[in-house]
Design a protein around this ligand. Structure first.
Ligand SMILES: NC(=O)c1ccc[n+]([C@@H]2O[C@H](COP(=O)([O-])OP(=O)(O)OC[C@H]3O[C@@H](n4cnc5c(N)ncnc54)[C@H](OP(=O)(O)O)[C@@H]3O)[C@@H](O)[C@H]2O)c1
Length: 490
């Protein structure tokens, strides 16, 4: 195990050779999926016992994909930042982001996370918390405010303790210029000396903060626990890279793949545990999509509810697609959020419209026609399929025609997780990237970015030896550029 070329962590307690606790992306994915509490429970323990962390990680068999040299205190802080990020909402236009500020010797100074659009970003939240601990109420107002709200009177404080400190943040600090001040500027103004982040911000206008920081003399490293963060904000990253909402298609079927009985009834194919899981997933989504066929036959309310029927705090917007539109008296008209109606079959146009409205995740609960049309058009990022231990037979299969006539054209998937929910199976799968797929990753030409490199590696497209090497050495030192804004025109 070797340190990534050019890494400079002289301010910390010294480099230690470490490997991530879980040695591959697939293993990470399934571990996170099967034990969601594990990630949440572990970071605090690891942060409290960095020696234990180093020992644990050192004893893990090294992985060719992700072996790297990162100070244990940074790994622990990043795990804590991931945990903090989960406090923010999973829906909405912004991702979940967490930040930990460390002193030069690795002591935690302050923590922060992003609470959703219109609130301070994680880095500014951490700086504000540090100021609250160290400054009198009237704070130094020399730094920028980084929030999605319109410019406010208050600005980011610059506590003295931030000078020379280290910021560990799950996402590249933003570079937005416009109605808000960028996080990169807030960190520079506060005197932060070193920044570690996990994944680059693929946003056309928000990305590039690493270059801004490096140009200002801040030591910037990317790729720390990148696989974990990629998974935790996978849907937001995918939506930002593709320019449309992350599309999850859900269905419930019998063991023989029927989504409804011959008479069209489909309530309830699965049991209460599976239904509770569906409602939890609805409440983490921006929109819930159905076709007019499901509306006509099932008349669903499309709300997210507890098993007792109480509305969950966040409700997805109900979206009905089809030329018939929403019929008078439909239950969806009583939804707490006004429903959207698209009298069209043009699914890319619908998704474009939803993205423009700020929707980054769409949970599809339509019938076989809408699900198949989305799949045939290549617009699906994830399948969540509940399989009940019952047989229905008959013609109402979960999918109709996908335009596939031969096995060579089969849509290949990878299972992300397989779980038993009460008597039912829950299968989560994602499309396997094909060698011929065109990348949807926003490639930033100047920054040597682990996220883009690993995405290219995953697709297996045109990987030269140099790119492959970058993909296996995820920790990258971002070096100052002579003209840091040269690539900002993508
Ligand atoms: N088991 C489950 O998980 C589950 C879930 C939902 C529904 N279901 C069952 O599925 C059945 C309804 O199936 P369904 O396929 O009719 O429902 P659907 O897929 O929700 O709706 C189909 C309708 O959507 C419209 N549409 C929108 N975009 C389209 C496109 N790109 N291509 C073609 N049509 C498009 C068309 O209506 P227009 O003519 O108005 O344009 C079409 O007839 C019911 O029996 C219901 O109980 C089962």
């Amino acid at each position: 195990m070797t340190a990534a070329p050019g890494t400079d962590s002289s301010s910390l307690l010294g480099l230690a050779s470490v490997a991530p606790a879980v040695p591959s992306e697939v293993a990470t994915r399934s571990a996170l999926a099967s034990t969601p509490g594990l990630l949440a429970a572990t970071p605090g323990l690891l942060a409290a016992t960095p020696g234990l962390l180093a020992a644990t990680l050192s004893s893990t068999p090294p992985s060719a994909l992700s072996t790297e040299a990162v100070p244990p205190a940074i790994i622990a802080a990043m795990r804590r930042a991931i945990e903090l990020s989960q406090n923010g909402p999973a829906w909405g236009i912004n991702p979940q982001v967490g930040c930990v500020l460390l002193s030069p010797d690795g002591e935690t100074l302050a923590e922060g996370w992003h609470r959703g659009a219109g609130t301070p970003h994680a880095e500014v939240d951490a700086l504000t918390n540090l100021a609250a601990m160290t400054l009198p109420p009237a704070t130094d107002a020399s730094a920028s405010t980084c929030t999605d709200a319109a410019p406010a009177a208050s600005t980011t404080p610059t506590p003295a303790a931030a000078r020379g400190a280290i910021a560990v943040v799950t996402l590249e600090p933003c570079n937005h210029v416009g109605r808000t001040g960028p996080c990169s500027q807030a960190l520079i103004a506060a005197g932060i000396a070193e920044v570690y982040f996990a994944v680059s911000d693929p946003g056309a206008s928000s990305g590039g903060g690493a270059d801004t920081l490096a140009a200002a003399g801040v030591r910037v490293h990317s790729g720390v626990l990148a696989d974990e963060v990629e998974q935790s904000i996978h849907s937001w990253l995918t939506a930002t890279r593709t320019g449309r909402p992350f599309v999850t298609v859900k269905w419930a079927s019998s063991l023989d793949g029927r989504a409804a009985a011959a008479d069209g009834t489909s309530q309830w194919v699965t049991g209460s545990d599976a239904r509770a899981d569906v409602h939890a997933r609805r409440s983490r989504s921006d929109a819930i999509l159905v076709g007019t066929g499901t509306l006509a036959i099932d008349d669903p309310s499309l709300t997210a509810r507890t098993p007792e029927g109480t509305l969950l705090p966040h409700q997805p917007v109900a979206v009905v697609i089809g030329e018939r539109g929403i019929h008078p008296g439909a239950a969806v008209l009583d939804h707490p959020e006004p429903a959207l109606e698209f009298r069209t079959h043009d699914l890319p146009a619908v998704l474009d419209d939803l993205f423009a409205r700020g929707f980054r995740s769409a949970f599809v609960e339509g019938g076989p026609t809408l699900a198949s049309a989305l799949l045939a058009a290549g617009l699906v990022d994830e399948l969540v399929v509940y399989v009940a231990p019952l047989l229905l037979g008959g013609p109402r299969t979960a999918l109709t025609d996908l335009g596939i006539t031969s096995m060579v054209d089969a849509r290949q998937l990878d299972f992300v997780s397989v779980d038993l929910l009460g008597p039912d199976l829950r299968l989560v799968a994602r499309p396997r990237r094909r060698a011929t797929d065109v990348t949807t990753t926003t490639s930033r030409a100047v920054t040597d970015d682990h996220t883009d490199a690993s995405s290219r590696a995953a697709t297996g497209r045109g990987l030269g030896l140099g790119e492959a090497a970058a993909a296996t050495s995820p920790l990258t030192l971002v070096t100052p550029k002579e003209t840091p804004d040269v690539h900002r025109n993508h």
